[in-house]
Write a protein that binds this ligand. Structure first.
Ligand code: FES
Length: 80
């Protein structure tokens, strides 16, 4: 994924995913949504990579779908 530091990763997210950025997305391991967005924006483009860097999804895995959704939104290329 080519990174452009001038692009705000939040611009890629639909409004509904921009809520509660400073609350824990992963409540099992207390990982804030914003921290997860930041690692994805910095190149973590799989759940495994996000897990490695933040420990999100490492509890019961209950936030996995939310992490996948963020990856989907943040890692799409602008070719449409
Ligand atoms: S909320 Fe993240 S593993 Fe449960």
């Amino acid at each position: 994924m080519k990174k452009d530091p001038t692009v705000n990763p939040l611009d890629k997210l639909p409004a509904i995913l921009k809520k509660d950025l400073h609350k824990n997305l992963c409540v099992c391991n207390e990982v804030k949504k914003m921290d997860i967005i930041n690692v994805i924006a910095n190149g973590a483009d799989t759940v495994a990579e996000v897990k490695k860097q933040t420990y999100a999804t490492m509890g019961s895995g209950c936030c996995k779908q939310q992490v996948e959704r963020l990856i989907e939104c943040l890692c799409t290329t602008e070719d449409e």
